[in-house]
Ligand binder design. Structure first.
Ligand SMILES: NCc1[nH]cc(CCC(=O)O)c1CC(=O)O
Length: 308
């Protein structure tokens, strides 16, 4: 066993972020036999945490949840940063890299409601709240007769708004609900064939300083290669499609039997049209397959598709 170094784990302070940081800490303890005292958490408030009154897509996008953690990494006040892969921008600042990903949780979206059993069970005109353009567009595509409204806040805040009757139903990632022990609220999970998750959904990414071999080595035993392949394909796909969170984009890669597969979607925000690309091959070609799927959609997309 290696002697116990101190690695400071940087995280946001939301309950989900803390659950993910604790999972990282627990896995490092289990892998190395280190004690948690040598893996302290440093809780960092980000700009994204402070903005509650408007869609983040309007406030400046995904980097809002990572900027302060990036700075802490580069300054050396933390040694690794734990992120929801879904919230990570496609390009990271110079000097920061993703060391890898923890084994992926359930990638599916969950349907949550007090009165209704599923999306199909909602009466016409029922109100579904979501802050995600991807979820909003897919809901509109499946059920153009529903009312889709903006529902922001962390997972607990959204569940409280549902409780108060502000909306009839909402969709949240199964992964987050599992990590928070809140799956009691789930009425049904949406099959990925019908409702495609966001790029990175369910995966935890660990960012480090690019040159930090000590931390990179310490992380090796807790990183998951299959999740790494899936995320390489999905993030390559998103990069081609520009990756701004102003556009309804979904993408999911996985092994189907012996074949590695990536499926990607772009939707018109009103759900009236949806383009899909699928590529199959070897996980060693994950990045190429992801790029090809993205390029295909880019080519097929009529001008103005993403804004109409
Ligand atoms: N954008 C917020 C966010 N970022 C990660 C998760 C859940 C966990 C995950 O998808 O890995 C959530 C909440 C949600 O979408 O329900």
């Amino acid at each position: 066993m290696a002697s116990s170094p101190t690695l400071v784990i940087g995280t946001r302070g939301s309950p989900l972020a803390l659950a993910q940081a604790h999972e990282t800490q627990d896995r490092l303890v289990a892998a190395h036999g280190w004690t948690v005292e040598h893996l302290p958490l440093s809780i960092i408030k980000t700009t994204g945490d402070a903005i509650q009154d408007r869609p983040l897509s309007e406030a400046g996008g995904k980097g809002l949840f990572t900027k302060e953690l990036d700075i802490a990494l580069l300054e050396g006040s933390i040694d690794l940063a734990v992120h929801s892969a879904k919230d990570l921008p496609t390009t990271l600042p110079e000097g920061i890299v993703i060391a890898g990903f923890l084994p992926r949780e359930d990638v599916r979206d969950a349907f949550i409601s007090h009165r209704y059993k599923s999306l199909a069970d909602l009466p016409s005109g029922a109100v579904v709240g979501s802050a995600s353009l991807r979820r909003q567009a897919q809901i509109r595509r499946l059920r153009p007769d529903l009312k889709v409204t903006l529902l922001r806040g962390n997972v607990q805040t959204r569940l409280a708004k549902l409780e108060r009757g502000e909306v009839d139903a909402t969709l949240l990632a199964m992964a987050g609900l599992r990590r928070l022990g809140l799956t009691d609220h789930v009425k049904t999970t949406l099959d990925t064939d019908d409702f495609l998750p966001a790029v990175g959904q369910g995966a935890i990414a660990i960012a480090i300083r690019a040159e930090d071999e000590r931390v990179r080595e310490a992380l090796q035993p807790i990183l998951d290669a299959a999740t790494g392949h899936a995320l390489a394909a999905e993030r390559a796909f998103l990069t081609i499609l520009d990756g701004s969170c102003r556009t309804p984009i979904a993408g999911h890669a996985r092994m189907v039997g012996d074949a590695f597969e990536i499926r990607g979607l772009v939707l018109r925000p009103d759900g009236s049209e949806c383009l899909e690309a699928v590529r199959r091959g070897s996980p060693d070609d994950a990045v190429t397959l992801g790029r090809e799927a993205g390029t295909e959609l880019r080519t097929r997309m009529p001008a103005g598709f993403l804004t109409a």
